[in-house]
Design a protein around this ligand. Structure first.
Ligand SMILES: *Cc1c(COP(=O)(O)O)cnc(C)c1O
Length: 220
């Protein structure tokens, strides 16, 4: 079995090759190592190999797990990639350097308040339900303009868009849609692409890819 450092190097090489094919620079892409469900012991080898951006999907799990890891490595950036309840907005703003799951007006209001109260300003991504899937989180494509307007009114700076395309279909059209929506609204960042499709996402403009399984192995 190859080790964490080797898997990390392979994914970084995949990102660089995909970026080169699209005429982009690898430095334009941030690799987020999605460490949800994995413990500190599994994470430490990646930190040792130089990885600094990590993704978690639960506020509580992240708070417990990263307290010590971050004390040891203050330059780590934590990304919240899972759904966020409004009553946890303040805790999330205090803990995370980026939140990828802004998806409704009530959460925009809660985050705006939390940013004022904590004096923190994490990077914020609006999650878009690009496949218009009933069961999936994210703002409907048709409601994106209105939600971005609410954020502006609330004084909340939005940096980009995030999407999880429908499973088991070709993701490229959904990545292209997210890129186009970000372009149209003048947003520089696009959080898209996971273990199975991060190279496609990079070719289509991803600035952040969220990779779990390909780095850590399967989640139990
Ligand atoms: C779990 C998760 C990922 C990582 O998925 P892998 O297929 O394991 O790379 C990426 N994005 C989100 C939103 C996730 O919840």
């Amino acid at each position: 079995m190859e080790d964490a450092a080797q898997r990390l190097a392979e994914i970084e090489a995949g990102i660089a090759a995909a970026a080169a094919r699209a005429g982009r620079k690898a430095e334009e892409v941030t690799l987020i190592a999605v460490s949800k469900t994995h413990d500190a012991e599994a994470i430490r080898p990646l930190i040792a190999a130089g990885q600094r951006d990590f993704g978690e999907n639960r506020v509580q799990e992240a708070a417990a797990k990263w307290l010590a890891l971050r004390a040891e490595n203050p330059d780590i950036a934590l990304h919240l990639i899972g759904q966020l309840q409004s009553n946890k907005a303040e805790e999330a703003v205090a803990l995370f350097d980026a939140i990828h799951s802004v998806d409704r007006a009530s959460l925009v209001q809660a985050l705006a308040k939390a940013c004022v109260k904590t004096g923190r300003q994490p990077q914020l991504f609006v999650q878009v339900n690009v496949g218009d899937e009933e069961q999936k989180g994210g703002c409907a494509v048709a409601n994106l303009s209105a939600l971005l307007g609410e954020a502006r009114q609330a004084g909340l700076a939005i940096d980009g868009l995030m999407a999880i395309p429908p499973a088991d279909v070709e993701p490229a059209p959904y990545f292209a849609l997210l890129d186009e929506l970000a372009e149209r609204h003048g947003l520089p960042m696009r959080s898209m692409g996971m273990s199975g499709d991060y190279e496609t996402a990079v070719m289509l403009g991803a600035t952040h890819v969220r990779v779990g399984t390909a780095l850590f192995g399967a989640r139990s």
